[in-house]
Design a protein around this ligand. Sequence first.
Ligand SMILES: *[C@@H]1O[C@H](CO)[C@@H](O)[C@H](O)[C@H]1NC(C)=O
Ligand SMILES: *[C@@H]1O[C@H](CO)[C@@H](O)[C@H](O)[C@H]1NC(C)=O
Ligand SMILES: *[C@@H]1O[C@H](CO)[C@@H](O)[C@H](O)[C@H]1NC(C)=O
Ligand SMILES: *[C@@H]1O[C@H](CO)[C@@H](O)[C@H](O)[C@H]1NC(C)=O
Ligand SMILES: *[C@@H]1O[C@H](CO)[C@@H](O)[C@H](O)[C@H]1NC(C)=O
Ligand SMILES: *[C@@H]1O[C@H](CO)[C@@H](O)[C@H](O)[C@H]1NC(C)=O
Length: 244
Amino acid sequence: MARSCSLKSLLTVFVFTIFAVGSVESIQCIAHQCTNETCPENPDVCTATKGCFNHIQKFDTPSTDTDQMFKHKGCFEENDACKELEFSATLGAQRRFTYVNRCCTNDTCNQDDITLSPPPAEANGVQCLSYYTEPGMLNIPTLLNCTGNETKCGLVIGTAVGSSNLFPLVMAGMGCATESACNLSVTVFNNTNIHTFCSDEFIVSPTKPSVPDSTGSAGNMGFQPTAISTVPILITLLLLKVLF
Ligand SMILES: *[C@@H]1O[C@H](CO)[C@@H](O)[C@H](O)[C@H]1NC(C)=O
Ligand SMILES: *[C@@H]1O[C@H](CO)[C@@H](O)[C@H](O)[C@H]1NC(C)=O
Ligand SMILES: *[C@@H]1O[C@H](CO)[C@@H](O)[C@H](O)[C@H]1NC(C)=O
Ligand SMILES: *[C@@H]1O[C@H](CO)[C@@H](O)[C@H](O)[C@H]1NC(C)=O
Ligand SMILES: *[C@@H]1O[C@H](CO)[C@@H](O)[C@H](O)[C@H]1NC(C)=O
Ligand SMILES: *[C@@H]1O[C@H](CO)[C@@H](O)[C@H](O)[C@H]1NC(C)=O
């Protein structure tokens, strides 16, 4: 009895050792981080047991002075440490945010930069209230025609990472978003936590293609001034929900 037990444990150790040695196999990944188009020419490499990640964030604004870019490449060591995620949102005041994170498991598979496709021009029939504000910036909500795969109307707020302020608001916005942008909590540009929320309530006037307008034109003009006045309220509610 005791003998078979120790044989068993010997076998366990043996199998475990093989498994452990087998999984120590590692790959090399490109590792760098930068906040503009051109990352360092000679990137570092890291050694990963699971895989490499390749990450990019881009915030387009009307001025190149306020545009932001964040690129990050590196290694991950746990199976679920890298989550693939891709989304974009077009907000008010000509703000557009794009986020892509990719995971791969081959040697230096994160070498090539992710290329972001330009925003699609074709309207998709969805219209959202759009809005954008930062502390000290005043804006009025406007109507936005959504394009491409940004078929949801969403609300986003950004709060400062690690701030002790009661209301550490960095930005708040509304606009058109991909479905993958809805209901997120992620950190962007290393310093801002964004929280998102989509709702059909924000859709101003979904077009009904090729259906004759039998209800009269008033039905299609679902844009109510009251919708505008709800924007600050919605943002405040979401902020409260996130913070408390
Ligand atoms: C881009 O960022 C890298 C590292 O963050 C820095 O070394 C480089 O000078 C920056 N280039 C420009 C054009 O700002
Ligand atoms: C949206 O469509 C663009 C092409 O226009 C594509 O590059 C992008 O990956 C799509 N985004 C999502 C989240 O599906
Ligand atoms: C990754 O590596 C595997 C095995 O070495 C290979 O079959 C596969 O084609 C590689 N994939 C890419 C995208 O290079
Ligand atoms: C949005 O689309 C509607 C038609 O669907 C069009 O009448 C309107 O001019 C567009 N607005 C803008 C700002 O492009
Ligand atoms: C949003 O995501 C959270 C967790 O990430 C989940 O608990 C919640 O049910 C989601 N809400 C919706 C409306 O999908
Ligand atoms: C992001 O934050 C980490 C940790 O706080 C820091 O080490 C890193 O330099 C930051 N990267 C950039 C590009 O600011």
